[in-house]
Ligand binder design. Structure first.
Ligand SMILES: [Zn+2]
Length: 189
């Protein structure tokens, strides 16, 4: 794992605006994805309080079309980074949650937990718009229970992105839980 992050360097340091005590280092590192692409990761980290921020910028655009699958089995897996391009379809089969590709859909540029929060908020809005006696309400309530368990890392699930154009990516916390299945162009025709 040591040669996966290279060129890690502190590019700037400044006083932490959060605790006013610590020093924040801006750390830049290049991450090599298993399929040869590169990602630039910019990290802000305070050495005193827990103020931190991460940004990921794709450095290469030749990401291949494929199906990315990540098993989420514990709390740490929730920190895996996700970028869903507009051509990517994102699914959590165990919860029957789907984000269809499309120009209207948001770019999901977050981690797994961030995606769960977005689903939770969308599902809650949907529920609140149902009639009081709607039978669907109890189903939605069960889904919300599972979603909240998932947010706390207590519900195992699969996160799947199918991207026929390429451009979406997952950076897993634990590589052994990640698989990438390449889609050969001629299969699409
Ligand atoms: Zn601080």
């Amino acid at each position: 794992m040591t040669n996966e992050k290279r060129n890690t360097e502190v590019v700037h340091s400044f006083k932490c605006p959060s605790c006013k005590d610590g020093i924040i280092d801006i750390i830049k590192s290049i991450y090599d994805l298993p399929d040869g692409d590169k990602m630039l990761i910019i990290k802000f980290e305070c050495n005193t309080c827990n103020f931190n921020k991460n940004d990921i910028i794709p450095l290469t655009t030749n990401l291949e079309p494929g199906i990315m699958t990540l098993q989420i089995l514990d709390e740490d897996d929730l920190k895996s980074k996700i970028y869903r391009s507009p051509t990517g379809k994102l699914e959590i089969p165990e919860l029957e949650l789907i984000v269809e590709p499309g120009p209207r859909a948001d770019f999901y540029y977050t981690n797994v937990q961030g995606i769960l929060f977005r689903f939770e908020s969308a599902v809650s809005i949907y529920r609140n718009n149902l009639e009081e006696n709607d039978q669907e309400k109890s189903e939605i309530d069960e889904l919300l229970v599972d979603l909240n368990q998932a947010i706390e890392g207590k519900f195992d699930f699969t996160l799947k992105i199918t991207d026929l154009q390429g451009g979406s990516y997952i950076i897993p916390q634990d590589k052994s839980k990640y698989t990438f299945e390449k889609i050969v162009k001629k299969d699409l025709e």
